[in-house]
Design a protein. Structure first.
Length: 63
């Protein structure tokens, strides 16, 4: 379930569609998640994309 939501949100970031209003978003959603959770996931994906484009710090190998 978590993977499906993440994949859908990642797909939105790669190929954004016109954003419907909030009501239309929740009426057409098959999986309803709290809006705060959606924003948290979206911010996390934004930071991942930003980090990939310009890493904040060098990655350390796992010990």
């Amino acid at each position: 379930m978590k993977f499906i939501v993440t994949a859908c949100l990642l797909n939105e970031m790669l190929k954004p569609r016109p954003k419907p209003g909030l009501r239309e978003f929740f009426e057409r959603s098959e999986v309803v998640i709290p809006f705060g959770t959606y924003l948290t996931i979206e911010r996390g994906l934004d930071s991942l994309v930003t980090d990939v484009q310009a890493p904040r710090c060098p990655r350390r190998p796992d010990l």
